[in-house]
Design a protein around this ligand. Structure first.
Ligand code: NAD
Length: 462
């Protein structure tokens, strides 16, 4: 893999202002695969200026033309999807099959959805004697995490560009190579210079500089709740638009009438996928007391089958964090029925697929986001108890409900304090708004709601 030494600013790769670099490590074998420049406030300033300069023309570009550029971007991503999958595997460690099926494919679908929405969205509407124009917010600073390296970028850049905004992306330091590949794709797609810009770098340096920059009109952030709170405070102080996609601790509620084996097996697969590094993962499984022992047995067997098949977590730091939570679960009295804190291999940041039974709602492992392959199985007495447990965290990002009757599941889902619920294993939909209730965030991504985040209204009266 080539050593990268520039930032994508104003339509070209430019040398970084400083000479510090970030080493990109393959989590499978702990080898350094590349280095990228660690951007400074100077690089961020150059990128924001480029985005500001490009804004008036891009904002005035007819939506159909913006849509055509997004369609071209989709096509480039499609043409380079194998390279995308290999790059994600190299820096995130995910098995290649997962990288192909999810990490490369989902962003293609999302880019396609915005190419479509840009042509159909009503950027102008009438209300009585007024015409309301939906206009782009301006220059967007986008800060993304490593767990779905390309999806997190596309879920911000595609709607922002469709809206007529220009963007500066600061990707996660663990996965900057996928971000660079995306910048190449943007260039190949003929998106005008300055509309998209990329600055790699550390969060507290380049990320913070982007959030603080007076030239950004909006910050769209995905990451931890701790950093999200700081970004929100910065944006609030400057009266800037902000969108925050933060952590989760979602509940998978299995009602007594459900197909228990299916609900448990799909639930385990949901948590183990991407090695548990999915903010919307259903990390708390809630089972009625009469079915509890059977569910625990099924879950333990399902996790056991994963063995070595899941990839590592992204970094040594993340591995230590997840293993710390597993130790904490044992110390607080939860019963380990699969996996455990020991590293399954000598090399690589692997964590064993882990299942805890006898987890009570107040335990640390039932309250805090672990972001690793760890499932907690909790017992409930009746439906009211299940609802109280499901809603009993500071988070509200996603969840699942299983029942014999769809209407019964829907009635329960409507009472959950959360932004997205899958009914009886419902499929991912790139048009469904995604985002959090409570401390899981502010705003929505995907579909028309995701596009609306990047628009502001102007009313003309006649
Ligand atoms: P993180 O908050 O540490 O980092 C996210 C991004 O913020 C990175 O690009 C990082 O460099 C940057 N950053 C860090 N400190 C910063 C600062 N002071 N100022 C500006 N930027 C800064 O999170 P992470 O560890 O990379 O990702 C895991 C977290 O992300 C989990 O909590 C997970 O739930 C959350 N997440 C949420 C969603 C969602 O859609 N709700 C999706 C994926 C991940």
């Amino acid at each position: 893999m080539k050593a990268h030494d520039g930032m994508y600013i104003g339509g070209a790769w430019r040398p970084a202002a400083g000479d510090e670099v970030i080493e990109v490590v393959n989590p499978v074998d702990e080898q350094i695969v590349a280095t990228v420049p660690a951007g400074t406030a100077e690089d961020v300033d150059a990128a924001v200026r480029a985005a500001r300069a490009a804004f008036p023309v891009w904002a005035a570009t007819p939506p159909a033309e913006r849509a055509a550029r997004l369609a071209a971007l989709r096509d480039v991503l499609e043409a380079r999807k194998d390279e995308i999958a290999e790059t994600v595997t190299a820096e995130l460690g995910s098995p290649l099959a997962l990288s192909k099926a999810v990490h490369a494919s989902v962003p293609i679908a999302v880019a396609a959805s915005y190419a479509d929405l840009a042509t159909t969205y009503a950027f102008e509407e009438k209300a009585g004697n007024s015409t309301i124009h939906h206009e782009p917010v301006g220059v967007v600073g986008a800060i993304t995490p490593w767990n779905y390296p390309l999806h997190q970028i596309v879920a911000k850049v595609a709607p922002a560009l469709a809206a007529g905004c220009t963007v500066v992306v600061k990707p996660a330091e663990d996965t900057p190579l996928t971000a660079r590949l995306f910048a190449e794709a943007v260039h190949e797609a003929g998106i005008p210079a300055g509309v998209f810009n990329l600055v790699t770098g550390l969060g507290p340096v380049a990320g913070q500089a982007l959030a603080e920059h007076p030239g950004t009109d909006m910050i769209s952030f995905t990451g931890s709740t701790a950093v999200g709170k700081r970004i929100g405070a910065l944006a609030g102080a400057a009266v800037k638009r902000v969108a925050l996609e933060l952590g989760g601790k979602s509940a998978n509620v299995i009602l007594p009438s459900a197909d228990l084996a299916r609900a448990v097996n799909v639930g385990v697969a949901n948590v183990m996928s991407n090695s548990g590094q999915t903010c919307s993962a259903w990390t708390r499984m809630l089972v009625h007391r009469d079915q509890y022992d059977e569910a625990v047995q099924i879950a333990a067997a399902a996790a056991g089958k994963y063995g070595d098949r899941i990839g590592p977590v992204v970094s040594a730091r993340q591995q230590a964090r997840v293993r710390g939570y597993i130790e904490k679960g044992i110390a607080e009295g939860a019963r380990l029925v699969a996996g455990g804190p020991d590293a399954p291999r000598e090399r690589g940041y692997f964590v064993r697929p882990t299942v805890f039974a006898d987890v009570t709602p107040e335990m640390t492992i039932a309250q805090e986001e672990i972001f690793g392959p760890v499932l907690c199985v909790l017992r409930y007495e009746d439906e009211e108890d299940a609802l109280r447990i499901a809603n009993g965290t500071v988070y509200g990002l996603a969840g699942a409900v299983w029942a014999g009757d769809e209407a019964e599941a829907v009635a329960f889902a409507r009472r959950m304090d959360t932004g997205q619920v899958d009914i009886n294993g419902g499929r991912f939909n790139p048009l469904a708004p995604f985002g959090g209730y409570k401390q899981s965030g502010v705003g929505r991504e995907l579909g028309r709601h995701g596009l609306a985040e990047y628009l502001q209204t102007k009313s003309l009266q006649f």
